[in-house]
Design a protein around this ligand. Structure first.
Ligand SMILES: *Cc1c(COP(=O)(O)O)cnc(C)c1O
Length: 224
C-alpha cells in the first residue's frame, strides 16, 4: 500500500481512539518509523505529509538524511551507544532513549545546544527491553538537574509483545502515572509533556491512555 493510504487509515483510527478518550487528535504526533525501509520509501512518507521520522540506528539516520533536501524532524528511537552520540548529536532533533547517566554525560559533552530527550522506561520489566525501571525514573530525572544540554520533554516506553490488551494498557497507564509524578516536581528542565508510546499493533490503546507520540513502522511504511 502507498504511504498516503496507510496514513489516512491510521489517522482515522487515531481520531476514533482520541474521541473515545475525550482527547484532541491534534495533540498526537505520528512518527513514521523508517528503520525497515529504503530512503525512497522514507521520502514517500515525507511527501505524504509526515514531518516526523524515526530511526533506531545512527547509520540509518546518517544514510537517509542524504536523500532529503529539506530535512524532516529526526527522532532517534533505538538504544543509543555512547560512542555513537558524537556522530548524530547535531543530526537528530529528539532522542527517545535516554536511559543512563553515562549517556546523559556524553550528550552533555557533545551537544552545542540543549537536546530534547525522552527517558526510556522499561515498564514491563522484560529483560529484552532497554530502559530504566519505573522505580528509578524519578531519581534519574532529578539527577539531570545540572545537565544544561538536556531537556526532558517526556517519557517513552515499549509495551510487551502480547495479545493481552489489559497488560498493554496497564503498561501505558503506568508510564502516564510516572509522567504526572515528574510534572508535579515542576523541574524547569523537565516539563515532561510528551508520552512516546504506541506502535503498529497497540497505538490505539496508547492514544486512549494519553500518548502524544505514536511510533509507527509496519502499518505505515511497511517492513520490507
Ligand atoms: C521498530 C520500532 C517501532 C515501530 O514498530 P512497528 O511495530 O513496526 O510499528 C517503534 N518503536 C521502536 C522503539 C522501534 O524500535
Amino acid at each position: 500500500m502507498d504511504v498516503a493510504s496507510n496514513l489516512h487509515n491510521i489517522e482515522t483510527r487515531i481520531n476514533e481512539a482520541a474521541e473515545r478518550a475525550g482527547r484532541n487528535p491534534g495533540d498526537i504526533k505520528i512518527i513514521a518509523v523508517t528503520k525497515y525501509v529504503t530512503a525512497a520509501r522514507a521520502k514517500e512518507a515525507y511527501e505524504a505529509g509526515i514531518r516526523n521520522l524515526g530511526e533506531n540506528r545512527s547509520e540509518g539516520i546518517l544514510a537517509k538524511r542524504e536523500f532529503f533536501d529539506e530535512q524532516p524532524i529526526w527522532h532517534f528511537i533505538g538504544s543509543l551507544q555512547t560512542r555513537k552520540v558524537k556522530s548524530i548529536i547535531d543530526k537528530v532533533n529528539i532522542i527517545h532513549s535516554l536511559d543512563r547517566i553515562s549517556l546523559a554525560e556524553e550528550i552533555q559533552k557533545r551537544a552545542e545546544n540543549p537536546v530534547e530527550c525522552l527517558v526510556q522506561v522499561n515498564v514491563s520489566g522484560e529483560d529484552t527491553k532497554h530502559g530504566i525501571t519505573p522505580q528509578e525514573t524519578i531519581e534519574f530525572v532529578k539527577q539531570l538537574a545540572n545537565f544544561d544540554k538536556i531537556r526532558i520533554i517526556g517519557l517513552m516506553t515499549m509495551a510487551p509483545l502480547t495479545d493481552n490488551h489489559d497488560v498493554i494498557r496497564q503498561c501505558f497507564k503506568d508510564l502516564k502515572n510516572l509522567q504526572v509524578q515528574i510534572q508535579n516536581l515542576l523541574l524547569p528542565y523537565a516539563p515532561c509533556r510528551e508520552l512516546s508510546m504506541g506502535m503498529s499493533n497497540d497505538f490505539e490503546i496508547a492514544v486512549e491512555e494519553g500518548s502524544t507520540m505514536v511510533r509507527i513502522g509496519t502499518a505505515l511504511v511497511g517492513n520490507e
